[in-house]
Ligand binder design. Structure first.
Ligand SMILES: CC(C)(COP(=O)(O)OP(=O)(O)OC[C@H]1O[C@@H](n2cnc3c(N)ncnc32)[C@H](O)[C@@H]1OP(=O)(O)O)[C@@H](O)C(=O)NCCC(=O)NCCS
Length: 169
């Protein structure tokens, strides 16, 4: 299926919330996370909690959202997330979305890009040239009560080349 990369707009929001949930349930099926961790991860990306950072894009076929990704310029993690609809996995959408995030960051002076990768996504980022540089524990609210659910992730990074012409000093 052909797709185009576009900025996120309000009309995409409800599809994005559904896509998050579908991709997280499918990722959860790999067994990297427990049921309660998958539920907390999904709540974190529910319609009520959507937050996109500095730069957010979708991969869309017509009006159908097939993937979504977002980046922030500030550390700790420039790549906030990359999600692709499960029925579109392994077709290059994730790679294209990350390449756009990298271009956005490189053009704004980021020389080394960081992501906190979900355990299931480590082979994906590794295939794109990212190397593991540490582990991270993300604390997300539990469904009820004051406790937090801990989710393990892997900090990964990659050096970026800027496309901007360099000036001589
Ligand atoms: C991770 C994710 C975004 C990858 O998206 P995708 O569109 O399937 O990725 P691509 O097709 O661009 O894959 C690029 C390369 O990454 C590697 N890769 C991707 N998924 C992989 C997997 N499950 N296992 C091993 N390698 C994988 C492959 O080398 C692949 O190239 P190939 O298909 O030519 O072999 C998608 O699986 C997803 O949405 N997962 C759930 C959400 C998630 O965990 N997001 C990351 C949170 S930071």
């Amino acid at each position: 299926m052909s797709f185009a990369i576009r900025p996120v707009s309000d009309r995409h929001v409800s599809q994005i919330a559904k896509l998050f949930n579908a991709a997280i349930q499918e990722a959860g099926a790999t067994g990297d996370y427990s049921e309660s961790q998958v539920a907390a991860w999904s709540r974190h990306h529910s319609l009520d909690n959507l937050s996109f950072g500095t730069y957010a894009i979708v991969a869309a076929s017509g009006e159908e959202v097939l993937g979504v990704a977002a980046a922030d310029l500030a550390r700790p993690y420039h790549i906030r997330f990359v999600f692709v609809a499960p029925n579109q996995w392994r077709k290059g959408l994730g790679r294209t979305l990350v390449s756009c995030l990298e271009g956005f960051c490189a053009d704004r002076g980021v020389r080394k890009i960081f992501v906190a990768s979900a355990l299931n996504a480590v082979p994906f980022y590794a295939a794109l040239g990212y190397a593991a540089c540490g582990s991270v524990t993300v604390c997300l609210p539990s469904e009820a009560g004051p406790e937090y659910i801990q989710i393990q992730a892997i900090e990964m990074s990659k050096r970026l080349e800027s496309e901007l012409p360099r000036t001589r000093s």
